[in-house]
Design a protein around this ligand. Structure first.
Ligand code: NAP
Length: 302
């Protein structure tokens, strides 16, 4: 039996949430995860393995009535949200979860921020970040100690979803100044830092972590070295050209998800959402993986 305070995790069937649960269990924490009744069989199977490691599971949804959610939270003292979704989940759902956490007697709430420095952005820069900023404004009035964990961009997203690398064409495309520093962290390292924060009773406010701080030119070099492939670095235009491209696409569609990857890139390549300082040194037990090793491991696995 672990003697550490219990941590409650919402979003445990997700990419980041599952890793946060794993990192907490690895550190000997007692963990309870909220799992939606409709979660698929594959996701439930993945949790079975974690259950063998001591994970408790409560069924529920963060939009459930706060009284019911408070029962699920039980005696947990810290609630971590790693949910993803629209404003019904990220704003209303997280506010509801925080209300339930307060009812249950929890002390701290770590919201599903996990991004670059959203405190430096303005409304309209990125609509998904706007929802997190709205949630933060609403949570500021709660009696909980809200601790925000920021990690820059996931390595997994920079080498995948963002659409920068075209392995068939042999190109790595980017907007803006190739020497602008960017904050980047892998999903497992973000989870390790989140677990460290959750288990650190003195952690407070906004904490910023990065596995690497590197320019697009250095990113290009690391991806080439890790993959053993030569990629032509393609400059797509300036940061202002990117802003114009986002406006052009926004005028053509009602679905902002079609250009959200460009909004994320704009926040990064302008330097607007760049961390001014890092809190890595607070948790020397976390040794983040260099990007070149991450790419090499992926290239070896495929
Ligand atoms: N910095 C970066 O580069 C980066 C990149 C990606 C994500 N992120 C951030 O990381 C966080 C987690 O994202 P992710 O990619 O791990 O998300 P994900 O894989 O889509 O997982 C989302 C999780 O939220 C759960 N969920 C959604 N709605 C819920 C509800 N109403 N009640 C309870 N659970 C609910 C999902 O449950 P089901 O399994 O039942 O659907 C799932 O467990 C988000 O804040 C996201 O913005 C950051």
């Amino acid at each position: 039996m672990s003697s550490s305070p219990k941590v409650f995790v919402a979003g445990a069937t997700g990419l980041l949430g599952g890793q946060i649960v794993r990192a907490l269990l690895d550190r000997g924490a007692s963990v309870r995860a909220l799992v939606r009744p409709g979660a698929g069989e594959e996701k439930k199977r993945a949790l079975t393995e974690l259950r063998a490691g001591g994970l408790e599971v409560a069924e529920g949804d963060i939009t459930d009535p706060a009284e019911r959610l408070a029962e699920a939270i039980g005696d947990a003292t810290t609630v971590i949200s790693a949910v993803q979704g629209g404003p019904d989940v990220v704003v209303d759902g997280q506010v509801n979860l925080a209300r339930a956490a307060e009812k249950a007697g929890a002390r701290r709430f770590i919201p599903s921020d996990f991004a670059f420095d959203l405190t430096k952005l303005d409304d309209g820069d990125n609509f998904m970040i706007d929802w997190r900023r709205q949630a933060a404004a609403a949570l500021a009035g709660s009696g909980l100690d809200v601790v925000s964990v920021l990690n820059g961009a996931f390595y997994e997203v920079m080498t995948g979803f963002m659409g920068l690398i075209d392995w068939e064409q042999g190109t790595l495309s980017h907007w803006g100044d190739p020497d602008q520093p960017l904050d980047l962290t892998s999903v497992p390292d973000t989870a390790a830092y989140t677990a460290a924060v959750a288990l650190d009773p003195a952690a407070t406010g906004t904490l910023r972590f990065a596995g690497e701080v590197m320019s697009m030119r250095q990113f290009h070099d690391a991806v080439q070295r890790g993959s053993g492939r030569t990629l032509r670095l393609r400059h797509l235009g300036s940061a202002d050209d990117l802003r114009a491209e986002i406006a052009r696409r926004a005028a053509q569609t009602d679905n902002p998800f079609e250009y959200v990857a460009l909004q994320y890139q704009w926040c990064m390549v302008t330097g607007k959402a760049k961390f001014d300082r890092l809190d890595n040194a607070r948790y020397p037990q976390v040794t983040p993986q260099p990007l070149v090793d991450f790419v090499r491991a992926g290239a070896t696995a495929s």
